[in-house]
Unconditional design. Structure first.
Ligand code: TRP
Length: 442
């Protein structure tokens, strides 16, 4: 199959970074990161997480962008073009399945953020006790129909944006909204640090207790790193296909990873002081953000106003990410099933709505989709994507693509060593260890 001649694309460097960071920064940073960190005992998890972002995350992100830009296609088409007559396109298929699984619970949480926007507007946090605020979360989490209704609204908005195409839809939204979101989280973090007892939260976050470093911490940290950077399933291959040859893929990847890490850290600095100040269990799971943040708003001057702005922005952060997930499915429908953008969008709207229904109704389906996609499918996808480079593209072509903007890439050897040797071995070891085969060896 030949590459399409002209493609809709991003117009500027800032546009690419903002859109890729827009995909990366989302509920994964503000909702998932704190809750997974809380479940894994704090600072030790954070260290392992940071290590994975740099050692595996950035090289994988670069690899995805370069594969997409080289092939000018969405994942399945990209693998077919670059490796004809091979089985690599099945990797793209894993991506499509993964995207469906992630979207199905992601839109449920995004629906909760819409519900919380509504609660903010109706002043449900102002002058309420902590018990009442906690009750708000139980209401939505245990009320499948309510969750489902908000979810459909959110999914509908996502589909409308994806329908408008790359340039006028995704890029425009990301560019305006990301900076505002950043500003607001910083403000929340400052307020949270001023709560009495904030110090315990910081200690939990930054004072590592290595006895807490278990196999689960390592698996969860790798899964969260993949999830948060949107890697391992081809979102960034699709985005790479819209990046111009003039752009530096390495520096773009580093910028995206830093932005992503920074927002996860600042969110945690907003959340954990409040967790300890309010006496909440840090390991309480997916409800963590929805219980702590309203608690801070209720104690904040201007809390009414800020909570509305915050939840609106959280909806938007979720949107820029869900757009990227849906775009993978829609691009698949367009390029592989030969559907029009409209039909493809409608088809996947229906499929995700159905899967989302089960996530909203049954918490075990939600947990299954959340943990299996992030902790297993994404690392496996990342493993296959990095191997694709040494096996199919090889050194010379990889280098050419990374240096297509006309400058030498100084860390090429390090990059190549990581993706060809270190990262695949690390990922395999983590999984083999998970199966218990290496018990007693480490
Ligand atoms: N990274 C996003 C977040 O943190 C979620 C996301 C968007 C994603 N696209 C993805 C995760 C692709 C994995 C793969 O909220």
């Amino acid at each position: 199959m030949s590459a399409p001649i002209s493609r809709d694309g991003f117009s500027s460097k800032f546009g690419v970074v903002a859109a890729a960071a827009g995909s990366a920064v989302g509920l994964g940073n503000i909702w998932r990161f704190p809750y997974v960190l809380g479940e894994n005992g704090g600072a030790a998890f954070l260290l392992v997480y940071i290590f994975f972002v740099f050692a595996i995350g950035i090289p994988v992100l670069m690899s995805e962008l370069l594969i997409g830009r080289k092939a000018l296609q969405s994942p399945i088409g990209a693998f077919k073009t670059l490796a004809p007559n091979a089985h690599w396109h099945r990797t793209g298929l894993i991506g499509v399945i993964c995207s469906l699984m992630i979207l199905s619970f992601y839109v449920v949480v995004a629906g909760w953020t819409l519900h919380y926007t509504y609660l903010s507007i109706s002043a449900s946090f102002v002058n309420h006790t902590r018990a009442q605020i906690g009750g708000n979360f139980n209401t939505i989490a245990q009320h499948g129909v309510l969750s489902f209704s908000w979810m459909i609204l959110f999914l509908g908005i996502t589909a409308l944006i994806v329908l408008r195409g790359i340039h006028s839809g995704i890029e425009k939204f990301s560019k305006i909204l990301m900076p505002v979101l950043f500003f607001l989280i910083v403000l929340l973090a400052i307020r949270s640090l001023l709560l009495p007892g904030a110090w315990d939260g910081l200690a939990f976050l930054f004072n590592p207790d290595f006895s807490k470093l278990t196999q689960k911490v390592v698996v969860d940290a790798l899964g969260q790193a993949c999830f948060s950077l949107s890697i391992g399933m081809g979102v960034m291959i699709t985005y790479g296909s819209y990046v111009s040859k003039k752009q530096n893929i390495a520096s773009t990847s580093v910028a995206v990873a830093f932005a992503d890490l920074l927002i996860a850290l600042i969110s945690s600095i907003a959340i954990f002081p409040a967790v300890f100040a309010f006496g909440i269990d840090p390991a309480q799971g997916p409800g963590l953000v929805f219980v702590t943040l309203p608690g801070i708003f209720s104690q904040m001057v201007g809390g009414y106003f800020f909570s509305i702005v915050f939840f609106v922005l959280l909806v938007i952060a979720a949107l820029t990410s869900s757009i990227s997930l849906l775009e993978v499915l829609v691009a698949y429908g367009k390029e592989e099933l030969k559907l029009s953008r409209k039909t493809s969008t409608f088809l996947f709207f229906c499929v995700v709505a159905l899967l989302g229904f089960f996530c909203a109704m049954y918490p075990f389906v939600f947990d299954f989709m959340d943990h299996v996609s992030a902790n297993y499918l994404l690392p496996i996808g990342a493993f296959l994507i990095v191997l694709f480079i040494p096996i199919v593209l090889k050194r010379k072509e990889t280098r050419m693509e990374l240096e297509a903007h006309g400058k030498k890439f100084r860390f090429f050897e390090l990059y190549y060593w990581i993706i060809a040797i270190a990262a695949p071995i690390a990922i395999v070891l983590i999984f083999v260890n998970q199966l218990g085969v290496l018990d007693g060896v480490f």
